[in-house]
Design a protein. Structure first.
Length: 120
């Protein structure tokens, strides 16, 4: 058992991805500040936030729900990355690498969810 959500490898990876997305969106056109930039940053940051919230929940069903919310934020972030790549706001190679990392995180969350469901 972890002493803090900050010790969890899935939280660390989610936060690392959010930081990376913040950096690569820092120089996007100002017209995107309240559109694409804001949405992809919010979606990416929501992943680690939901993992942290799951950690703080007492009941297994609540934990599982927040891990599901984190998965939803992963796929939302992947959709934004695809848009950023298609519009050439983001470099193809960077978007693809982040998408790969997000897919791995999605699979890791599935393992956590399955593990928790085994205890219900």
């Amino acid at each position: 058992m972890y002493k803090s959500f900050k010790d969890m490898p899935i939280w660390k990876e989610a936060m690392s991805i959010a930081e990376h997305i913040f950096r690569i969106t820092d120089n996007l056109p100002k017209k995107e500040d309240y559109g694409f930039t804001s949405q992809i940053r919010r979606a990416a940051l929501s992943i680690s936030a939901n993992i942290a919230e799951a950690y703080g929940r007492n009941h297994t069903a609540d934990k599982v729900n927040f891990y599901y919310f984190a998965r939803g934020s992963i796929t939302e972030t992947q959709s934004h990355l695809d848009y950023g790549r298609r519009t050439e706001y983001l470099e193809k190679k960077i978007a693809e690498e982040l998408d790969r990392r997000l897919s791995e995180l999605y699979n890791d969350l599935n393992k956590v969810i399955l593990s928790l469901k085994g205890f219900q």
